[in-house]
Design a protein around this ligand. Structure first.
Ligand code: NAD
Length: 513
C-alpha cells in the first residue's frame, strides 16, 4: 500500500488507527463483529471496521432524532453555509479521498478523483438550492383567502449505497437532504467500509466545529442485516437505496409495508444505438469508455451496442481494434485504462456470463479471461470482452456487473433498434449516435427511449449532477441529484389562510348554523 501513497492518504483522512482504536467517536457507535476491507488492487488488507449492533443502531437513531430538532430550525441558507464548509473540506481532501476510493473500490485514480469532484459539485448545487426550496402560490376560489404550499424537512433520511460509487451517492443524498433540513443515517456498502468512515469523519468534523450536533450525519456499518434495521424502522420516513434490483425489490417491500417513502436507484442494462449516420470515431470512444470504464461496474455502463447493418462491420472492426489497445492493471497507475473488479465473486459472475452467452448461441469477438501473475495477485483483474448476441438471450436481459459488451445488429428503420433498446426490464441510461436530426428527435420522443436518461451523441455513462438522475421500470423510478430531485427529501404542505371575518366553504357549500 505504501508505494501507491495509500498510507499517506489514510493518515490525511484520519484513518491510520482504524485497526487498533475502537470504532467509536465521530458519531459512529459500531461495536459489533469486524468486517475486513481488502483492496481489489493488490489484495492487501486496508483496515477493519466494526459493524453496527441493534443497540448501536438505537443509539444512532436517538442521536439523529435529537439532532433533527436543532437542524430543522436553522434557516436553510444557513444550512447551505454549513454544506459549503463541508465542501471546503472535500476540496482540501480531494486527493487522499480519491485515492482511497480508487484503492478500496478499484476504479482508476482519475475516476476516484472524478467521484470526489461529483461530491464537490453536488455540494455547490446544494448551497444554491438552500435559497431556492420554492413552493407555489395558488389563487383561492374563496374571497379573502390565500393559498400556498411550503416544504418542510422529513426527519431522518436513511441512505443505503452500493460499492461502485462509494462516496458520491452518499453526497448526492446528504448534500440535498441537509439543506432540506433532514438528518442522515448512512449505511455504505460492506465492500467499501473505509471510504464510508472517511466521509463520516469529514462531515462530523464540520458539524462539531460549527457547534452543531454530530447526529446530523450518522454512519451505520455492516451488510444487509444492518440495512434492514433501517428499512423496517418507521422512525426513518425516507429510505434512499442504491444497488441491485434484487436488493431494491426487498427494500421497496419492507418500506412499503410501513408506508414509508423510498427512492430507488437500481441496476441498468444500458444500450447505445448506432445508426448509419453515426460518427464512428466518437461512437467507438463513447462505447469503449462506457463498457470498460470502472471495469464495467457503473450502473450506467454500456452493456449493449445496437448497430445498424449498414455500418455493423465497420463499427465491429473499429471497436475490436480499440479493445486491443486497452491497458489493464493497477488503477492507481494513470497509464492503465482498466482496473480490477471489486472481488472474486464479481470475477465468477463475469466468467459465468461469458460461458452463458456462448451456451445461448452468442459468438465471442474479444476473448475474456482472468489475469494472473505479477501485478494481478488480487485475482480480480479480468479482460474486457465483447460477444455478438441476441437481445432476447437470458444473459443479455440481465445486468452483469463486469466489462462484457454485447453487440447486436438491427436492420431497416430506427423503430427496430428502439424495440431492442427498450426490450429489457431495466430503464436507466440510453444513447443514440447519429447526425440525423429526425432520428435523434424520434429517439427522444414519446415513441423513443423508455429510460430515465437518454443521450444524443454521447455514451450512456458519466451523468452530470445538474440533471435528475435515475431510471424507469426495474431501475426503480427514483430521481436523485439535480433538477427538482430535492422534493423527495421534504414533506409538502398546502396552506389556506382566511383573512376575512366570514367562514366560506370550498365548492360553494352552504352550512348555516
Ligand atoms: P447490492 O444490491 O448488493 O448492495 C447495495 C447496498 O444494499 C449495500 O449497502 C447492501 O448492504 C445493501 N442491501 C442489500 N440487501 C439489502 C436489504 N435486504 N436490506 C437493506 N439493505 C440491503 O449492490 P452492489 O453490488 O453494491 O452494487 C451494484 C448494483 O448497484 C448494480 O446493480 C448497479 O447497477 C447498482 N447501482 C445503481 C445505481 C443507480 O443510481 N441506479 C448507482 C450505483 C449502483
Amino acid at each position: 500500500a505504501e508505494k501507491f501513497g495509500i498510507d499517506e492518504a489514510l493518515k490525511e483522512l484520519g484513518l491510520q488507527d482504524i485497526n487498533n482504536g475502537t470504532s467509536t467517536g465521530k458519531n459512529w457507535f459500531s461495536s459489533g463483529e469486524e468486517i475486513a476491507s481488502y483492496s481489489p488492487v493488490d489484495g492487501a488488507l486496508i483496515g477493519k471496521v466494526k459493524t453496527t449492533t441493534k443497540e448501536d443502531y438505537e443509539k444512532v437513531i436517538s442521536t439523529a432524532s435529537e439532532a433533527f430538532k436543532t437542524w430543522r430550525k436553522m434557516p436553510s441558507p444557513q444550512r447551505g453555509e454549513i454544506v459549503r464548509k463541508f465542501n471546503d473540506e472535500l476540496r482540501r481532501l480531494k486527493e487522499p479521498l480519491g485515492k482511497l476510493v480508487s484503492y478500496e473500490m478499484g476504479k482508476s485514480y482519475q475516476e476516484g478523483l472524478g467521484e470526489v469532484q461529483e461530491m464537490i459539485d453536488i455540494c455547490d448545487f446544494a448551497v444554491g438550492l438552500s435559497r431556492q426550496l420554492h413552493g407555489l402560490t395558488m389563487h383561492s376560489e374563496r374571497p379573502g383567502h390565500r393559498m400556498y404550499e411550503q416544504y418542510h424537512p422529513l426527519g431522518i433520511v436513511g441512505v443505503i449505497s452500493a460499492f461502485n460509487f462509494p462516496v458520491a451517492v452518499w453526497s448526492w443524498n446528504t448534500a440535498l437532504a441537509w439543506v432540506c433540513g433532514d438528518v442522515c443515517v448512512w449505511k455504505g456498502s460492506e465492500k467499501t467500509p473505509m471510504t464510508s468512515v472517511a466521509c463520516q469523519n469529514i462531515a462530523a468534523k464540520v458539524f462539531s466545529e460549527n457547534g452543531l450536533p454530530e447526529g446530523i450525519s450518522c454512519l451505520i456499518t455492516g451488510d444487509y442485516k444492518v440495512g434492514e434495521m433501517m428499512t423496517k424502522d418507521e422512525r426513518v420516513p425516507l429510505i434512499s437505496a442504491t444497488g441491485s434490483i434484487r436488493m431494491g425489490k426487498i427494500v421497496a417491500q419492507a418500506v412499503a409495508a410501513r408506508l414509508g417513502k423510498s427512492l430507488l436507484e437500481l441496476g441498468g442494462n444500458n444500450a447505445i444505438i448506432v445508426t448509419p449516420d453515426a460518427n464512428i470515431k466518437n461512437t467507438v470512444i463513447g462505447a469503449v469508455f462506457g463498457a470498460v470504464g470502472t471495469c464495467g461496474q457503473r450502473c450506467t455502463s454500456t452493456r449493449r451496442l445496437i448497430v445498424h447493418e449498414d455500418v455493423y462491420d465497420k463499427v465491429k472492426e473499429a471497436i475490436v481494434d480499440a479493445y486491443k489497445q486497452l491497458r489493464i492493471g493497477n488503477p492507481l497507475d494513470e497509464n492503465n485504462h482498466v482496473g480490477p473488479l471489486i472481488d472474486k465473486d464479481a470475477v465468477k459472475n463475469y466468467q459465468a456470463a461469458l460461458d452463458k452467452v456462448v451456451e445461448e448461441g452468442g459468438k465471442i469477438l474479444v476473448e475474456g479471461g482472468v489475469l494472473e501473475g505479477e501485478g494481478f495477485e488480487s485475482g480480480c483483474y479480468v479482460k474486457p470482452a465483447i460477444a455478438e448476441a441476441q437481445n432476447h438471450f437470458e444473459i443479455v436481459q440481465h445486468e452483469t456487473f463486469a466489462p462484457v459488451l454485447y453487440l447486436m445488429k438491427y436492420s431497416g428503420d430506427l423503430e427496430n433498434a428502439l424495440e431492442l433498446q427498450n426490450g429489457v426490464k431495466q430503464g436507466l441510461s440510453s444513447a443514440i449516435m447519429t447526425n440525423n436530426l429526425r432520428e435523434a428527435e424520434r429517439f427522444l420522443s414519446v415513441e423513443g427511449s423508455d429510460c430515465g436518461i437518454a443521450n444524443v451523441n454521447i455514451g450512456t455513462s458519466g451523468a452530470e449532477i445538474g440533471g435528475a438522475f435515475g431510471g424507469e421500470k426495474e431501475t426503480g423510478g427514483g430521481r436523485e441529484s439535480g433538477s427538482d430531485a430535492w422534493k423527495i427529501y421534504m414533506r409538502r404542505q398546502t396552506n389556506t389562510i382566511n383573512y376575512t371575518t366570514e367562514l366560506p366553504l370550498a365548492q360553494g357549500i352552504k352550512f348555516d348554523l
